[in-house]
Design a protein around this ligand. Sequence first.
Ligand code: NAD
Length: 428
Amino acid sequence: MTEKLFERALGRLDEAAQHMEVGAETLERLRHPTAVLAVSIPLRMDDGRLEIFDGYRVQHSDLLGPCKGGLRYHPDVCLEELKALALWMSCKCALMDLPYGGAKGGVAVDPKSLSKMELERLSRGFIRRIADFIGPAADIPAPDVYTNARIMGWMMDEYSQVVRQRTPAAFTGKPVALGGSLGRRGATGYGGYVCIRELAKRRDWVAEETTVAVQGFGNVGQEAARLLYENGYRVVAVSDSGGGVHDESGLDVPRLIRAKNEHGQVKSLYCEHSVGDEKNGEHISNAQLLELDVDVLVPAALEDVINADNAGQIKATTVIELANGPTTIEADRILDERGVTIIPDILANAGGVTVSYYEWVQNRSGEYWEERDVLARLDKRMCDQFNVVMDIAADKSLSPRMAAYGLVLKRIGAAVEAMGTAALFDGD
Ligand code: NAD
């Protein structure tokens, strides 16, 4: 699936460039990641054996500021995938008007096969290898797939030991006790909710009459579903890797969140663990959830779940991409022809990196904000950028995705032009 992922990611920028005035140098700069580092990490296992793991950091672009992006632990981590993910981070940061370029990195490892101590030694060993490459003014990592706040805490501590200065701003997504920001955990779901709320204003939706299905019930899916429920929307289906539940009259989302966090799977509340007067929804598969007759579909789990095979059967009129890359390019075309509105990932799930930026600002200034201040700033920035993208889409008759990529090219293009020397060589 990762074959030519970077080329495919660039394809969307090329397509957007056809609708915008973009200097050739901008696209050329984005075709070539700024720097790529590959390292080996020797790890002493608990039983005394030595194992060596491959680790990487890709800095895609530093045109708008220091590079920013997550570190993932996954057996499939490879440079091709990281280059594409780093490019998407460059786009996301530019779209949210953050003073950052994009990066991504990771270690090819199955973290579930390691003990906690092995995981900590691996994380610290990885940071010792890449310490010269990263830093608060160069490249700031954050959590990604199978890494979390605790791991960011270890990494920040190790980095601080290497540079002999306590440097919280070198990582974001840290535990609050180590300089993490209040509001970071739910930020991505919150940003997704703001997109739906703003779209509702444009479409005159009435919350109580608007039905929503959410695929993926982890950090992002739970928070988005919770906010939709609290604001009156009818969340009729949610799912996780074990399948989902569906109830046309609307699910009790807070109860589902409790069930998921107690029993591990959402179907548990409505099946094995249903008690007393609890209502029973029907159990559905993930494939069925995607094809439900709802107003809004929120993919919040994996990439490529909406593809050429099922795009013709999607009945939702709006898709809010909270996962990264949930819609393939082929599916995009099919849905576009059918008039389905897609709010693209680089906009819909940008709440997380936005609060990461606020965390970095707080770490660098030494002044810490209350959660309501963090969320108020996040709300305003999401709302502003959402409306800028939707206005461009309306003015130029573009999909929101093409409008978003067009804005990315415009903002990065302005930096390329400001920094470039092409004009000096014009004429003579
Ligand atoms: P998470 O690990 O907390 O949750 C993932 C959820 O997806 C879990 O409920 C899991 O059961 C479910 N899932 C796994 N396989 C599935 C399948 N085959 N079908 C349906 N559900 C399945 O992860 P998260 O942090 O909520 O991230 C979800 C998505 O959002 C990912 O694509 C991630 O890249 C993206 N994202 C997350 C953030 C963030 O701040 N956490 C920011 C931007 C984008």
